[in-house]
Every structure is written in C-alpha cells, then in structure tokens.
Design a protein around this ligand. Sequence first.
Ligand code: UD1
Ligand code: CA
Length: 453
Amino acid sequence: MNNVYKITAVILAAGEGKRMYSKLPKVLHKICGVTMVEHVINCAKEIGCEEPVVVIGHGAEQVRETIKDVKFVMQEPQLGTGHAVMQAGEYIGDNDILVLYGDTPLVSADKISEMYQFHKAGNYGATVLTADLENPSGYGRIIRNHIGLIESIVEDKDADQEVKKVKEINSGMYFFKGTELKEALKKLTNNNAQGEYYLTDALQILKAEGHEIAAFKTNDPTEIMGVNNKLQLSEAAKIMQSRILKSHMLSGVTIIDANNTYVDKTVKIARDVTIYPGCILEGSTMIDEDCIIGPNTTIINSILNKNVTAKNSVILDNEIGESTTIGPFAYLRPGNVIGRNAKIGDFVEMKNSNFGDNSKASHLAYIGDADVGDNVNLGCGVVFVNYDGKKKYKSIVEDDCFVGCNVNLVAPITVKRGSYVAAGTTLTKDVPEDSLSIGRVRQENKEGWMKNK
Ligand code: UD1
Ligand code: CA
C-alpha cells in the first residue's frame, strides 16, 4: 500500500483465553509455526504499520519475551475492549487507527488494505469489518440504517430477540480517525450488561458527533475467525495451511497431496520443487529449485540447495549441498554441513559433522562429530566412536579415503588423505596418507574341525 497516509495499529491481546486450558498465554499459541499474535502483527506491518502497539495483560511477561519489534502497553485489570484501547492512548494521535485482535490470526493484509481504501474513500469516522455468519451468537450485531451505514452495534448479551436474529456481526476490527477516537475514548462508560468499557460505544459517540460509521463486509468469514479453544486453533491452522500451500503451488511448487503436507508460514520453497505426501517443513527451512522431498520427510530449520532428494528422512538444522541424495530413512541431527553430490543412504545417522562433495555413506552408519572430506566412501556399518562415556571427540577423514565395512573410528583420530581402511578394523590411532590400515584378528581355518568334534 502506498504510504501517503499513516496508520497506527493497536492489537488487543490482554484477554485470558481460559478455554484454551493451557499454561501458555492464548496469543502465543502457534499456527503454522508462527504465534497467533505475530500473524496479526505481520498483517499490520504488511499494510505499513511499522511498530504496532500490542495491548497485553494476561501472561504479559511471556508475551514480552516472545514478541519483538512492537510497542507494548499493559492493561491490568482487563475491563473490556474500550478499556484496552484506552491503554494505548499515548500512541493515538493524528494517524488513522487500526484495531485488530491478537486471537484473530487469519485476517489478511489484502482484506485490511481493501477496507482501508473503503474507509478513506468514504471519509468515515470509523469503519467496522463485518461478516454474515450462519451462527452469529456471541458476537455483537450490526444494525444498519436505511442507507446502509451503521446505526449501532448491539452486544449479544445486551440484545433482544429481534436483534439476535441479525446475522451480520462485528469482527472487532476497525479503522478510526485517530484524533476523533482519542476524544471518544475519554467519554466511554461501563454502563452495560457486562460492566465493561465497550469499544463499540466509541462508535456510538462518534456517530452522535456527526461522523458516519460504515460497515465493510467480508464474504470470507475465515478472515475474522477468532480462536478461543484448541479445536478452533486446529481449524484455523488448517485454513492457514491451505492458504500457505496454495501460494506455494501458485508459484510453481508441486504438492502431490495438499491434505497431507504441512509447511510453516516461515518456510521458503523455490519453483519446481516436488513434495510427496507426509512431509513436515518447519522453521527457517529453505528448499531450492528441483528438490524432491518425501514421502514422509520432516525438515526443520534446514537449507536444501538445488536438486536435493530427501526421502523418508528427518533433517534438523542441516545444510545440504546441490544434487545430494538423502535417505530413505536417514536421520540428520543438528549441525551437519553436507556437500554437493553426496549420498546419505538408508539408516545413516549423522550429527554435528561436515561431509564433503561426492562422498558417500550409503547404508547403516553413525557419523558423529566428524569432518569427512571429499570423495570419501564410508562402507556399510561404519561407526564414528565419538563418545567415551564422559566426553565427545572429533574425527577427521580426509579427501579420497575409503573406509571399509564395519570400521570403528575411535575418536579423536585422523585418517589422512587417500588411505584405505580394511573392513572390520577398529582404528585407535591416526592413519598416514595413502596407506592401507588393517587392524583385525587374522582369520584361521581349522580344517576338518567339525567332523572331529
Ligand atoms: C467484542 C465486541 C463484539 C464483537 C467481538 C468479536 C466489544 C464490546 N464487543 O466482543 O462486538 O462481535 O469482539 O470477537 O468490543 N481484550 C483485551 N482486553 C479486554 C477485553 C478484551 O485485550 O479487557 C481482547 C481479547 O484478548 C480479545 C479481544 O480483545 O483478543 C476481544 O475480546 P472478547 O472478550 O473476546 O470480545 P467481546 O467483548 O466479547
Ligand atoms: Ca468479553
């Protein structure tokens, strides 16, 4: 949105959220990897509010610790939505004021931006985001006048039978003229069924002063959906998830089964990536072009460069080079940097290791705290013995080495460039360059032994 106008966003997030039955403050529950209140903050930022004002109360300390780049104001005790906005008074001035709720995470910047244009075009004192709901109970009802402007908003608890039939509800999201709102807030009282300071009364005050109050109705009720319990949390997550996947698909990602793919809002995926069913991509994960992910693969906070294949694997805090293949059934624990064209095959576990270009660990290996160079082959059953029961040590296998099957590398140890370690060897000292190292009991065949037994 072009920023000729200035908007200050006030996000209400002081409520308790009893029905979540959780130790965590309600607005810190996550949807697709991002807390509900951050979804709302991001929406405000997207339309140009640099530092939204967040009104906190219940669980304030935890919210403060988790959320960055906003201004906080405290509301203690919580005496209603009007009272909440009053707490943000010091930030309410000439700017237009946008009020959002911290527990309404599906609101989109596109919708709010459209609403703002409508608000400005009509020069309204306030504009209310509304929706028609099949079941409007619990919400404030919108009463319109003969030209469609808002006559009043009646809270469910204050409504009579006639008003309860109205299907158009107040979402709780508004634009206000700043200076006018500031004046109106001074006049709020708590004369109502709940003994609360209603923000909706500010609309009534503005109207009495001759301002027009408009309704901007969305035809997508998911935009205004509030989350009050874990069932709604899961419903909201489902809607958010389908929006996220849709946007990836529309920018060139192939998703085989969108009902069975879970991608955090924070994940980046380039075009021509294919994602098979059962995948979970979380955190700061970035997947570059032409990667093939899944089926059944979990990737958290990892970077996959171009053309990586990762099947049936778990990948946590890793960086994986171009054209490398992972799995099926690999477990890449945190801290690996894996090179290009490498292969990490079935039942390989790796952690805190570097693994060079064109190197392979094709099956059944444990690679821990290791530095493995380029063009290294680790045979089946290779184990980096990195732990002596007290401390962990590092192993180095330099470029062009071949480590045979069932070799144990007892760390700390270095296998120098170009060496060959025979199958079954337990290495306890360094191997010089270009050597053959063999350390196992020589085989003895006792002929006829079975017959004579
Ligand atoms: C409010 C509206 C109602 C609307 C509904 C939409 C008023 C008087 N009523 O209902 O018309 O249909 O929202 O959901 O405004 N909050 C605070 N401090 C408070 C009270 C609330 O921060 O003292 C926050 C809550 O955390 C929540 C939001 O404001 O995010 C809405 O509070 P809630 O109590 O659910 O709204 P109602 O007053 O019932
Ligand atoms: Ca209430």
